[in-house]
Design a protein around this ligand. Sequence first.
Ligand SMILES: [Zn+2]
Ligand SMILES: [Zn+2]
Ligand SMILES: [Zn+2]
Length: 166
Amino acid sequence: MTLAEGAGGAQAGERGAYGAGRSSAQRRAVASAVAGFDCAFTAEDLAAQVRLVSPRISTATVYRSIAAMALSGYLTPVGDRDGAALYAHCDEIGHHHHVVCTGCGATAHAPCPIDTAGLTAAAPDGFVVTSHEVRLYGLCASCNDRERVADGCSCDTVADGTSERG
Ligand SMILES: [Zn+2]
Ligand SMILES: [Zn+2]
Ligand SMILES: [Zn+2]
């Protein structure tokens, strides 16, 4: 017979090994919060999410992390909501674009629909187009379904309690 002896007792180390541990731990908290989103988010959404884990993280740190992650390609701007920039986690390498659901904020990768040679042909004389940005908006499959159902079926209508008073 086996005796389960203090499983996992020995692996508490790691933490505090680095001098600059705190800020890199905060950056890691931000990065893992980003990876946890499967839809587009604003800086405020992200800060709120990170604070569940690191309550004392400053908004400035969240913004700095966003800037750094945008540079590295870990997240990418995908538009805006009520004037606030929206970001999405991106773990795909290589040139591609993102489609954002305007119904629920879900995001997905999309292959590049642009023909760069065509862009240069369309540009004024002397211009050579070297890069582009494309943001695609639409409805995801489930929002699309929901809309179709809402159009056709009224079984879900809320009772409109018309009360009679004497
Ligand atoms: Zn991507
Ligand atoms: Zn949707
Ligand atoms: Zn492209």
